[in-house]
Design a protein around this ligand. Sequence first.
Ligand code: ZN
Length: 253
Amino acid sequence: MGGNVEILLTEGAIVTQDEDRRIIKNQDVFIKDGKIELIGKNLRENADLKINCRGKVIIPGLINLHTHSPMTLLRGYADDMLLENWLKEKIWPIESNLKAKDVYYGALLACIEMVKSGTTSFLDMYFFMDEVAKACKEVGIRGFLSPGILEFGTPEVKDVQDQMKMSKEFIDKWRGDELITPVLGPHSIYACSKDTLLEIKHISEEKDALINIHVSETRKEVVDSEKKFGMRPVEYLDGIGRMLKWLTTRLAT
Ligand SMILES: [Zn+2]
């Protein structure tokens, strides 16, 4: 809720993120213009929106550190499979049919669901990311958005050099936006070669952009990496120009 709207939360247990991680019980929070203005007892009688929080906690917005938000559309499409088979046999084939409009509606649904359950920021990787940005803006949620880079192509752009060019343009377009933070998105060490990863690292330095990548998602990925590179995925990435410094990573799907 933006603009000049006033929100009053009354008599809640406020979970702070100050140094002592204090929990302030049975107090009110008054929010104006999207910012917390006052905390205390009996702050005022009314506001545009007043919510009685007695018996509830008031927490900071949650941050979802790994999403492919438009995949809300694929919920239940394929489950209980090994990751590699799930991707190759089910997900990548159906994703190849997705259009920009589909991505927009999938992301919009995800953004609405996230906001409804208290998430105010998320780190996303997909394609047609301008559509995801559009959904974020409409819902008013913060998105750290990375167009996925995969050497065998995405439904949006086939050639990996073109994908990297598009990522640069995406960064230039959205940098400085109040809700959108553009991020680089090499999919994984099995979808990007060492040369591609190095190039992405250089773009990251040039554009001062974070990198979002899947790392060690499965036992198979670790074993394959040990066989192919003689080291585990994290060691391999760290060997590529001390890449870890730029990485935000995750360890499961
Ligand atoms: Zn993922």
